[in-house]
Each structure stands twice: as structure tokens, then as C-alpha cells.
Design a protein around this ligand. Structure first.
Ligand code: SF4
Length: 470
């Protein structure tokens, strides 16, 4: 989501005749889009901006700004911490960045002219600041313009902002606000424009993507008639068994766009995975065979303390139902270890569930207290060394199941969408399978942006290697 937001800001500046440069030392405007999900992400952003202080001294006309979640959570206090900071813009105001940057440049230039006339020592006169972390009605519809690179085949599309779930460890409801969704028509029109420019795969983005539109748009009743391959819609009668959520309505609308080959979404909440979505997984062929489904913990006691509103048993059943609806689907997850009060037996419940479910991949996080979240002040905070040992242990289990899943593909042919040069070895190309696994291969660059089969010859922990099949 941050990547997408950054892209939107970059595009808005380019539209005002700014140019991208490859290194911050060449830039007149340096904006860091920040994450608050863990303390380490905030410390990295603060450290990076602090290091840019030297550049601010030698080039005082440069504009420095923090955008995004940390800017939203900390607001004007960041100006005290970082003296050369000019701009702090929160998560509902990305579309105002261009105006603020123009304004700051004009004010600095005007002042610089008078300072140079008077004395070069009056460089402190160049300290201006703009802070905007207000809420804005309709801001969910402002992340909508895309600037594609040549042959870009994949794109993110932001469909909603905010979250009303209030998991006790999570700062997102505070930094991103309440759930607000764009309309289906707006989203479909953005996807159509992307496809017209050559995009083949779209990932729909939202903090709880599968609860899209639940406060704004109606549920419609629908029965899928498998014999006649058609939806029978009857809005007057909404039986729970037959309802079709706004998210499923959106998936259908986007799936129907000609030229779109693959559709993904991230990240869903287990409680939003209802029958209509599972049904959609089985009947919408463009939906790629991958679901990222955050588990967070395998202990019911900890899930309750996290306010995750499902049990380990329900989660496991859900995984079974998704796998039955779409054979071969890859399931990845997020897990937090060391949540306050997590005992050895709670951790063992997580470990056992992870062993049982055999995820295709997973991101393990050591619990990081976030200020003004309920979990930060819960008793029995866990020692960092315990978090670290649980993290390493769980990582070992997940990595082993990832490796096993990848090794099973050796000797098979898989469909790959070629995204570009491999980062590790630019002499090779890389792409992704429908199950979101990375495949590296040697081929001509004219393959970029195309979909084709690759014969998988070997696998390591995270990537597959093979040869394109002509
Ligand atoms: S559902 Fe996700 S974004 Fe929302 S509060 Fe929970 S962890 Fe945070």
C-alpha cells in the first residue's frame, strides 16, 4: 500500500514538471513515505532523515518531508525531532503534497534571495514547515492515478482505506482512519485504463480488503446457477446463504474486464472470508491461486487478547475450505510471536498449527509495542530474547514448508508473468506464477510483460529456476 501511495505522490509531482532522480543527493525535494506497523520501521525512517541533515546544511534550499503513517501518528512533534524537516503529510493528504512542495519551494526561494542579500549566516530563515494530518472526506478516491514504466505488466489498485477492526496490537486504525471504500465503477475504470496500457495483472489493495464496501454498498442476493453458468440475482430476498458482498461484486466487475489476465487481492481478514467469496474463488478463473491470510496466532487465548474474533479451529477450517474450492492454491500468512502474555503453550499452539497447515510462505514478526494501542500496556510483556527464539524457531518451520512446496514444482511447467530483470542477477529475467512464487530464468528481454510457461528445473528456499517453453 505504501508503494502505491508513493507512486501516486511521485506521479502528481511529475505532472507538475518535477523529475525523478536516482539518488537523494541529487534531489531538490526528498520525501520519505513511512510505515508505523513496527517500531523498527519508524526508527529506520527517522535514522534516514537524520542522516540527510548533512545534506540540509550544505543545500538549505532542499525540501525534506515525511509522509504516511508515521507522519500521521506523530504529526508536528516530528519537526522538533528533525530540525531540517519542512513537511509532514498524513495518510489522507497524499494528493496535497504537490501543492505543499510548490509552496515550500516558492517560500524558500523568496527568502533565500533576501538572505543572500543580507547575510549568508541567516540560513535559519529558510526553515519553514507545513503539517497536514487532518482527515479528509473522500480521500480514499485520491489514490487513483498510475504512471506505468514501459512494459509494466502488474499494478496495485487501492480500493479502500482504513480499518475498523481494532486488533489490540495494531496502529493502523489510528494512522489510516475508519474504513472508506471507492465505488466499483471507479475501481473498474482504473483497471480498464491499466489494461489498455498493457497491464495484465492487478492486485486490489485494502487493509481488510475482503470487507470492502461493507458500510457503503448493499449486499445483493445471488445464487450461482452452475448448470447455466449464470448468476441469478434477486435483491429483494437476502438470505445469508446466498448473499453477495460488495467485495465479491467488485471481484466480478474487475474479472469481467477484457484483457486482464490475473486478479489478486491483499490482505483479507479471516472473518471476511464468507461463503460468497469462497464460491467466487472457485468460479472466477482470473482470480490467481494465492491468498495471503494473516493468522497472527494459533492460540485461542492470544487471538482473543488480540481481538482477532476467530479461533484457531475456524482458521484451519477456512484454509481447508479455500484449498478445496481452488485446488493447488498457495496460502501465505502473517504471524506475531511474543504478544503480551504468550506462554510456551500458547506459542506451541501456534507452532503446531503452522506445522499442520503447511503454508507456502509466511512473515513472522516479533511483537512490537505501538503507542496508544491496548496491547502496549498489557501486563506480561515478553522478553526480546524469547521473542527472538520463537521467531527463529517458527521461521525454520515456515521456511521448510516453503522449500517443500517449491521442490514439488521441480519437473513441472508453470505459467509465469514476466515482470522484468531479476534483482539478484540482472542478466536473467524474473516473473511470478499464479501462486505468487518467484521464477528466475534466462530469456530475451522481449519476454517482459508476457505470460508463458516455464519448465521448472530447480528450487531453492524462495525461488524457482527454469527455462521458458516456446
Ligand atoms: S484488521 Fe489488520 S489493519 Fe485492521 S486493526 Fe487488525 S491488523 Fe490492523
Amino acid at each position: 500500500m505504501n508503494e502505491r501511495d508513493s507512486e501516486q505522490v511521485a506521479r502528481s509531482l511529475i505532472a507538475r514538471c518535477y523529475e525523478r532522480v536516482s539518488c537523494e543527493t541529487e534531489a531538490d525535494v526528498v520525501l520519505l513515505n513511512t510505515c508505523s506497523v513496527r517500531d523498527m520501521a519508524e526508527q529506520k525512517a527517522l535514522g534516514k532523515m537524520g542522516m540527510l541533515g548533512r545534506m540540509a546544511k550544505s543545500r538549505p534550499e532542499t525540501i525534506f518531508g515525511f509522509l504516511g503513517c508515521m507522519a500521521q501518528a506523530r504529526g508536528a512533534e516530528l519537526l522538533k525531532e528533525i530540525p531540517h524537516l519542512d513537511l509532514v503529510v498524513g495518510t489522507q493528504k497524499f494528493h496535497r503534497v504537490g501543492d505543499y512542495v510548490d509552496d515550500l519551494i516558492a517560500r524558500k526561494r523568496a527568502t533565500l534571495a533576501t538572505v543572500v542579500e543580507r547575510s549568508l549566516n541567516r540560513i535559519d530563515d529558510l526553515r519553514f514547515s507545513i503539517v497536514d494530518v487532518e482527515e479528509e472526506v473522500g480521500s480514499q478516491s485520491t489514490i487513483r492515478d498510475q504512471s506505468l514504466t514501459p512494459k509494466q505488466a502488474t499494478a496495485f489498485v487501492s480500493i479502500m482505506q482504513g480499518c475498523n477492526m481494532h486488533c489490540t496490537f495494531c496502529i493502523v486504525p489510528r494512522t489510516r482512519g475508519a474504513e472508506r471504500s471507492r465505488t466499483i465503477a471507479e475501481i473498474a475504470s482504473e483497471v480498464r485504463a491499466l489494461v489498455a496500457e498493457g497491464v495484465k495483472e492487478v492486485t486490489l489493495l485494502g487493509q481488510i480488503v475482503n470487507l470492502y464496501g461493507r458500510h457503503e454498498f448493499p449486499i445483493v442476493a445471488a445464487v450461482y446457477d452452475r448448470r447455466n453458468e449464470a448468476l441469478i440475482e434477486e435483491p429483494a430476498v437476502i438470505d445469508r446463504r446466498y448473499r453477495k458482498s460488495p467485495f465479491v461484486q467488485l471481484l466480478e466487475a474487475v474479472s469481467a474486464i477484457d484483457g486482464l489476465e490475473r486478479l489478486r487481492f491483499t490482505s483479507p481478514h479471516p472473518i471476511g472470508f464468507r461463503d460468497d467469496l469462497i464460491d467466487a474463488m472457485s468460479r472466477l478463473p482470473k482470480l490467481a491461486e494465492h491468498v495471503h491470510l494473516p493468522l497472527q496466532s494459533g492460540s485461542n487465548r492470544i487471538l482473543k487478547a488480540m481481538h482477532r474474533t476467530y479461533t484457531a479451529e475456524k482458521y484451519a477450517q477456512l484454509v481447508g475450505r479455500i484449498r478445496a474450492a481452488r485446488p493447488g492454491i498457495a496460502i501465505t500468512t502473517d504471524i506475531i510471536v511474543g504478544f503480551p502474555g504468550e506462554t510456551d503453550s500458547d506459542y506451541k499452539a501456534t507452532r503446531d498449527l503452522v506445522e499442520e497447515l503447511q503454508f507456502d510462505n509466511g512473515f513472522i514478526f516479533r511483537y512490537s509495542p505501538r503507542r496508544e494501542t491496548p496491547a502496549a500496556t498489557m501486563p506480561d510483556q515478553i522478553d526480546e530474547s524469547v521473542k527472538e527464539s520463537r521467531n527463529q524457531d517458527l521461521l525454520g518451520i515456515i521456511n521448510a514448508s516453503t522449500r517443500r512446496g517449491n521442490e514439488r514444482l521441480v519437473g513441472t511447467d508453470v505459467e509465469v508473468l514476466c515482470e522484468g530483470l531479476s534483482k539478484a542477477n540482472p542478466a536473467r529475467l524474473m516473473g511470478r506464477t499464479r501462486t505468487n512464487k518467484v521464477v528466475v530464468f534466462e530469456a530475451e528481454e522481449n519476454r517482459i510483460g508476457k505470460i508463458f510457461e516455464v519448465a521448472i528445473e530447480r528450487a531453492n528456499g524462495f525461488s524457482l529456476y527454469g527455462q521458458p517453453i516456446d
